[in-house]
Design a protein around this ligand. Structure first.
Ligand code: GLY
Ligand code: MN
Ligand code: MN
Length: 434
């Protein structure tokens, strides 16, 4: 919680957009993993974006109007619980730390909220995000409605708070970019460590451990998603998560791994030979995907439609698939029929930020939106070739994805994960060299 001004200015921007009404933003619940043991806690991204508070059992309430107000409900100090579970701010310190106007014990939520909602023209929250919160907020609303004969009015309009917040989160400020660059740097180091540790006979989970070790030793709080460490045929399973197989001599290894630092995700994929030397067919596919990524990166600039980098990557990939005998027909035919999707079945990127697949619309009024400076996204083409009849067997079980994290700048883009080794020469110089 280093910059309370940044959070205050985000709240001010949201309050200004609301103009009037009340917004209710609970953080994420704690979840039991097994009996007395909970999953490692991660706050809700919207809540955190607006106040930076990291404890569970907290709710941010914003009241727009002539005198905008930010209120935080959080756990009270409790020396006994703190002895078992660790430090809690308590409302008084939380108010100062988050820079909100007032803070109250979370136990007062049911008592205070109907009063705060009374006579507000509009209610903003995130309907459908959590059934328990939906029910609780509707209960408060009904309590206010029940007071109509006393002349108290309930909010007439209900809005999804995410509409405004998703768009705000899409454009990263300088502080967010500074964290994202640091996260990218840690993940780059982790990939380099994984490359050095890779050799035939190692298990996928041993390489996973190297990634997690590097994330954590640099202070990253979590992996942004569970690492995919997929050797050989497993690289063609897009969401492979077992990470339990032995790495074979002659196979390729695909690693999709990124850390989360101070709430912000990084998301990097590299693919390389387990024995440190690309075979002819592996190199063909790798350099094809690399060329597709270069085409997509060249197309990532302000004003370009969201889909342009994807289209650029697909053209390169489809032509390569024809050249390798993986698709038949002309380039235009393969693009039109979508035959290339047998080997490239996902899209070339997504927004990146507090969430790995971050918020923000991809289309506006039915059209792919233009990219603009300050947006962050991934560029991640791939080519996945399963063993199948009609597929030249030199290409069987080659799965390649190359994924980098990118900031759209005033005149193009900056690859913030550029420190992650990527050329054939850089990779061959590193794999197995620990
Ligand atoms: N690691 C998730 C993704 O690449 O989208
Ligand atoms: Mn990704
Ligand atoms: Mn990824």
């Amino acid at each position: 919680m280093t910059d309370i001004k940044a959070y205050a200015s985000r709240r001010a921007a949201l309050l200004a957009q609301m103009q009037s009404g009340i917004a209710i933003l609970p953080t994420a619940p704690e979840r039991v993993r097994n009996r007395d043991s909970v999953y490692l806690y991660r706050y809700d991204s919207y809540f955190y974006y607006l106040c930076g508070f990291q404890e569970p059992e907290a709710v941010l309430v914003l009241i727009a109007g002539d005198q905008p107000q930010s209120l935080l409900f959080c756990r009270e100090k409790n020396l006994e619980r703190e002895t078992w579970e660790g430090f809690r701010y308590g409302p008084e310190a939380a108010r100062e730390t988050c820079g909100v106007d007032a803070a109250y014990p979370i136990g007062q939520l049911d008592e205070k909220l109907p009063g705060l909602m009374a006579n507000q023209p509009a209610l903003y929250y995130a309907p459908g995000m959590d059934a328990d919160w939906d029910a609780r907020i509707m209960r408060w609303l009904n309590q206010v409605r029940a007071q109509s004969r006393a002349g108290i009015s309930a909010p007439q309009h209900i809005h999804d708070i995410r509409t405004a917040l998703d768009e705000m989160r899409l454009f990263k400020d300088a502080r967010e970019l500074e964290i994202m660059r640091r996260a990218a740097g840690i993940s780059a180091k982790a990939h380099e460590r994984a490359m050095r540790a890779t050799r035939p006979g190692r298990m996928e989970y041993e390489i996973e451990a190297e990634l997690l070790y590097e994330f954590r030793r640099h202070g990253a709080q979590f992996p942004a998603y569970w690492p995919i460490v997929a050797g050989g045929a497993n690289a063609c399973v897009l969401h492979y998560s077992a990470n339990s197989a032995r790495l074979d001599d002659g196979a390729l290894l695909l690693i999709d791994a990124g850390c989360e630092l101070d709430g912000y995700a990084s998301d990097i994929t590299r693919s390389y030979p387990v024995n440190g030397k690309f075979s002819g067919a592996q190199k063909d596919v790798y350099e094809l995907v690399l060329a597709a990524q270069a085409a997509a990166l060249a197309a990532t600039r302000p004003g370009a439609a969201w889909d342009t980098p994807h289209e650029a990557a697909v053209r390169v990939l489809a032509q390569g698939m024809i050249d390798f005998g993986l698709c038949q027909g002309s380039l235009e035919q393969v693009l039109e029929t979508g035959d290339y999707k047998r080997h490239y079945m996902h899209r070339t990127g997504h927004w990146l930020g507090l969430d790995v697949h971050d918020t923000g619309e991809y289309k506006i009024d039915g059209k792919w939106r233009p990219l603009a400076a300050g947006m962050t996204l991934t560029v991640e083409p791939g080519c996945y070739i399963r063993a199948a009849e009609g597929v030249p067997d030199a290409y069987w079980n080659i799965g390649v994805r190359i994924e980098d994290d990118v900031l759209v700048t005033a005149d193009g883009c900056e690859v913030i994960t550029a420190a992650t080794p990527k050329s054939v020469a850089a990779i061959e110089a590193l794999v197995g060299k620990d």
